[in-house]
Design a protein around this ligand. Structure first.
Ligand SMILES: Nc1nc2c(ncn2[C@@H]2O[C@H](COP(=O)(O)OP(=O)(O)OP(=O)(O)O)[C@@H](O)[C@H]2O)c(=O)[nH]1
Ligand SMILES: [Mg+2]
Length: 460
C-alpha cells in the first residue's frame, strides 16, 4: 500500500507541475491569449515594454534632426513672401529651412507605413499650409520670441495656436532670440511648426548683462531683500536681464532691424478666436503704433521709483511728450503719481521704428541710467506702457478686442456673443478679465471716449 500511495503522490505532483507549466507558457505569449495585455496597467506597460515601444516608434516618426528638414512648401512660402513689398528687405531663408527639402520624401513614406496621415509639407507637391494663403501683399513684419532652449515645448504650444488662428494664411516670419545658442531641437521643432521663415539670433553680451554704471553690491543686496520679502522673481538676475532686454534692445537686434512691425509671442500663451485679417496691415492703415489685449495694475514693490525716473525724463525731454497723450491712463492726478496701470506686454503688436525713434531711445536710456532694472525689478510691461502712453498720441494705441488671449493667469475673451461665435472662439466669457476691478481696460475706453462693448455689464 505504501508503494502505491507513493506512486499516486508522484502522479499528482507531475500533474500539478504540468498545469503550472501550461499557465506560465500561456501568460508569456500574448498572441496566444487575446487581451492578455489588459492585465497590465498603462504604467506597467510603459515600464516593461517602454524600450522596445519607443525604439520601434523612432524609426517611423520624426527624430529631432528629421524634423529639422524643410517642408517642401516652405521654399514656396519664402518666395511668396518675397513677392510682397515688405519682404524686399528680408534676407534669404535661414539655413535649416533651405537645405533639407530633399529629405522630405523618405519622411513622407515613413509616415505612410504606419497610418495614412500625410506629411503636411510634401504631399504631391501640395502644402496644406499654403492651401488657404490670404491674397495680397504682406507687411514688413515678424513674430518675435525671446526664449531659452528649455522653453521649446511651451513655445511650441504658442506657435501652434498662432499658426492655426492666424499665420497659416499669412506666413509671416518668426524671429527667435536667446542669450545662448539655440540648440538643434529648438530649431527643428519650431521650424516644423511655423508656416513662414524662422530665424534664430543670439543676443549680444552687452545687451544681456550688468551695464558698467550699476553697483553690483547694491544690486545683490536688493535681490536678497526682495527674496526675503518673497517678491516674485525678486532674487532673479536673469529675469532682470530679460526685462531690460525687452525694454531697450530686442528691436535693435540685427535680425529685427530688417523689420518694421513685430508681434511678440511668449511661451504657453493661447489664442482663442480666428484672426481673419492682417493685423499688421490694420495697424499701418489705421496709424497705430502700439497695441494690447490685457491691462492691469503693476505690483508696486517692483517699481517704487519708476515714476520718479519718468518724471525726470519728462523734465529733461519735454519735446518727446505727445500733445494728445494718454496721461489719464497712467495717472489720476495729472501726472503727480502713477496709478500702476499698464498694458500687459507679453502680447504686443507694435511698430519697431517707433521703438527705435529718438524719443523712445532717450526715454529708455534715461530709465536705464537711473538703475531700476537692477536696484528694483522694473518690468518691460510698465516701461513700454508708460512710453506708449506719453510718447504717442492716444489714438495710436489700439485695443484688440477681437484677439482672444491667455497668458497665465489672465484671459482676454472678447465681449459680445456675436463676435465670439463669428470668430469661432473657444474661450469662456466668464474668464474675461477686462471688466474686473483689477483691469485698466475700462479706463482706456473712457479715456478714448469709446463706447463700452455691448453686453459688457453682463460679463463683469
Ligand atoms: N533666452 C532667455 N529667455 C528668457 C529668459 N528668461 C525669460 N525669458 C523669456 O522671456 C520671456 C518672458 O519671460 P517669462 O518667464 O515668461 O516672464 P513672465 O511672463 O513675467 O512670467 P511667467 O508668468 O512665468 O510667464 C519669455 O518669452 C521667456 O521665454 C532667459 O534667461 N533667457
Ligand atoms: Mg511669460
Amino acid at each position: 500500500m505504501a508503494g502505491s500511495t507513493r506512486y499516486m503522490r508522484y502522479i499528482l505532483i507531475a500533474f500539478v507541475a504540468l498545469v503550472v507549466i501550461f499557465f506560465i507558457s500561456a501568460s508569456s505569449s500574448e498572441s496566444r491569449v487575446p487581451g492578455a495585455d489588459r492585465v497590465h496597467s498603462a504604467t506597467e506597460m510603459l515600464k516593461g515594454q517602454g524600450n522596445s515601444l519607443w525604439k520601434g516608434a523612432s524609426s517611423s516618426s520624426a527624430t529631432s534632426s528629421d524634423a529639422g528638414t524643410v517642408p517642401a512648401g516652405k521654399d514656396s512660402l519664402a518666395s511668396d513672401a518675397k513677392s510682397s513689398p515688405a519682404a524686399d528687405a528680408v534676407k534669404p531663408a535661414a539655413s535649416h529651412h533651405s537645405s533639407a527639402s530633399s529629405a522630405a520624401a523618405p519622411h513622407a513614406s515613413d509616415h505612410s507605413t504606419t497610418s495614412p496621415n500625410p506629411y503636411s509639407g510634401s504631399l504631391g507637391g501640395q502644402n496644406s499650409l499654403t492651401s488657404d494663403t490670404a491674397p495680397g501683399p504682406r507687411m514688413n513684419a515678424t513674430f518675435v520670441t525671446l526664449a531659452r532652449n528649455s522653453d521649446v515645448w511651451e513655445i511650441s504650444r504658442s506657435i501652434r495656436q498662432v499658426e492655426d488662428r492666424f499665420n497659416h494664411r499669412y506666413h509671416y516670419d518668426w524671429v527667435f532670440l536667446n542669450d545662448a545658442d539655440f540648440d538643434e531641437t529648438f530649431k527643428s521643432v519650431t521650424g516644423a511648426l511655423t508656416s513662414g521663415r524662422t530665424r534664430y539670433g543670439k543676443i549680444d553680451k552687452e545687451h544681456w548683462g550688468f551695464p558698467e554704471f550699476i553697483d553690483q553690491d547694491k544690486a545683490a543686496k536688493v535681490r536678497e531683500d526682495m527674496h526675503e520679502r518673497k517678491i516674485i522673481y525678486g532674487d532673479s538676475i536673469s529675469y532682470r536681464h530679460m526685462c531690460r532686454y525687452e525694454s531697450g534692445f530686442f528691436f535693435r537686434h540685427p535680425l529685427m532691424m530688417e523689420y518694421e512691425w513685430y508681434w511678440r509671442v511668449e511661451p504657453s500663451i493661447e489664442l482663442f478666436c480666428d484672426i481673419n485679417y492682417d493685423t499688421f496691415q490694420f495697424m499701418a492703415e489705421n496709424n497705430k503704433k502700439y497695441s494690447f489685449v490685457l491691462s492691469l495694475y503693476e505690483y508696486f514693490e517692483t517699481i517704487p521709483t519708476l515714476w520718479d525716473s519718468v518724471k525726470g525724463f519728462m523734465k529733461e525731454h519735454p519735446e518727446h511728450i505727445a500733445k494728445d497723450n494718454s496721461m489719464g491712463f497712467l495717472s489720476d492726478d495729472g501726472g503727480m503719481t502713477y496709478n500702476h496701470c499698464h498694458f500687459w506686454s507679453n502680447f504686443e503688436i507694435g511698430n519697431l521704428d517707433w521703438l527705435r525713434s529718438d524719443a523712445y531711445i532717450d526715454y529708455f536710456n534715461h530709465l536705464d541710467h537711473d538703475g531700476g532694472f537692477f536696484y528694483e525689478r522694473w518690468g518691460d510691461a510698465p516701461v513700454h506702457s508708460i512710453a506708449a502712453a506719453l510718447l504717442l498720441p492716444k489714438d495710436q494705441i489700439h485695443f484688440f478686442n477681437d484677439i482672444a488671449y491667455y497668458h497665465v493667469p489672465f484671459t482676454h475673451c472678447p465681449t459680445g456673443e456675436k463676435t465670439r461665435l463669428e470668430l469661432r472662439c473657444h474661450c469662456n466669457p466668464k474668464d474675461n478679465f477686462d471688466w474686473n476691478g483689477y483691469s485698466c481696460t475700462k479706463r482706456f475706453y473712457e479715456l478714448n471716449k469709446m463706447p463700452l462693448p455691448e453686453g459688457y455689464e453682463k460679463e463683469q
